[in-house]
Design a protein around this ligand. Sequence first.
Ligand code: MG
Length: 170
Amino acid sequence: MIEEPDPEYRTGIGTDIHLLVEGRKLMLGGVQLAYPAGLAGHSDGDAAIHAVIDALLGASGMGDIGTVFPDNDPRYKGIDSKQLLVEVKDRLEAAYWRVINVDLIIQAEEPSLKPVKGQMKRVIAGLLGIDFTAVNVKAKTAEGLGDIGAGRAIAATAAVLLRKKARRRI
Ligand code: MG
């Protein structure tokens, strides 16, 4: 009998924070929200997607978002962060990593994220090609404290688990 090698599991964490500025569309968790201000950034500023990307890159040992997608590279100016997430997912797949789950926390004083959490879950799960139930989105305020509490910034933290399918030697 040939024994299957044990699969390899790795976890990763990611965090991000962006300034809220007037006159930009607000992209968060891959969803556009109706709000008079949006997140500043070289890309579309989606701090939640960026936190997920950094967690995935961390778990797979592939570095960090700033190294993989430099913010002085004109190719990424104004880019939809969903495209960056798909690019990372492709890199993971090429290295035989599969995403088991994503847990995401978004801290925003405003707007209320409660009505869009489900949509964010669906968007992120769809981009990663995993089940809707494998993505969890938690929305919190900062209880009025600091820059997030004052509505000057939105932050996100993500944790992920990856599984590498063990390949039998032949
Ligand atoms: Mg960022």
